[in-house]
Design a protein around this ligand. Structure first.
Ligand SMILES: Cc1cc2nc3c(=O)[nH]c(=O)nc-3n(C[C@H](O)[C@H](O)[C@H](O)COP(=O)(O)O)c2cc1C
Length: 219
């Protein structure tokens, strides 16, 4: 329930207030990071009070202001969907604890992130975190019928899953994905576009939360 609310409330926030993240919130995030690292094989760092990655022209171009806290996620090539799935789990946990966020593939200084990926892995994404100057605004969405196909009558769980998928962040809000429902089976595919494999993991995580994993099986 908390995560469903977090999905509704989450919007990208790029300008932050000068408030440090409290120790108990950091602890909770670190606990979850530890679990996710074991489960997924991803390497995740929570960088706090580190202003360098979001300083300079690139961050300015991306409209980032005063961002000093972020997650850095490293993975092997081919694990983009996994990065999306678990990154969004952390984003929604952060949102449920009052933290705003933004996924960032490009508009930060990679060389300034104090994090060395393990052999075979590379930095896949960072996610800014902090208390926003605003809560952000809902993104425009494509209509549901452009993003999926279903068997009539549309199952309630599929509609709820797609409503959740429509709320998911995607790179440049491209929504390059397509879901198909047949009975209990759901297939989700990415279409061509920048970061669309990572987007797919994010969108599938939203879908599963909205639909209820007990109601369907991934194809
Ligand atoms: C994989 C991914 C990469 C992104 N990269 C950037 C980026 O480099 N710079 C930026 O300002 N926003 C970036 N975004 C944020 C998107 O622009 C934003 O999620 C999208 O416009 C939808 O808006 P919302 O997050 O408010 O729902 C990225 C989002 C995703 C999912």
């Amino acid at each position: 329930m908390e995560l469903l609310n977090a999905m509704q409330q989450r919007h990208s926030v790029r300008a932050y207030r000068d408030i440090p993240i409290p120790e108990e919130v950091i602890c909770r995030l670190k606990q979850e990071i530890e679990r996710i690292e074991k489960e997924s094989g991803l390497q995740i760092a929570l960088c706090t009070n580190e202003p360098e990655a979001f300083s300079g022209a690139l961050a300015h171009y991306g409209r980032f202001r005063n961002c000093k806290n972020y997650l850095a996620i490293a993975a092997e090539d081919g694990k983009e969907e996994t990065v999306g799935w678990y990154g969004e789990e952390l984003v929604l946990l952060a949102q449920s604890m009052g933290l705003n966020s933004c996924w960032v593939a490009l508009t930060f200084r990679k060389g300034k992130v104090p994090f060395t990926p393990a052999p075979g892995k590379k930095l896949a994404i960072v996610i800014s975190l902090g208390y926003g100057q605003t809560q952000g605004v809902p993104h425009k969405s494509k209509p549901i019928e452009k993003l999926c196909r279903w068997e009539e009558p549309i199952p309630d769980w599929f509609r709820k899953g797609m409503e959740a998928a429509l709320l998911a962040p995607t790179a440049i809000n491209q929504q390059r994905f397509f879901f198909t429902q047949k009975g209990r089976r759901v297939s989700a595919k990415e279409l061509t576009g920048p970061c669309s494999k990572m987007d797919l993991g994010i969108v599938k995580y939203h879908f599963a939360l909205g639909a209820g994993q007990e109601n369907f099986d991934w194809e």
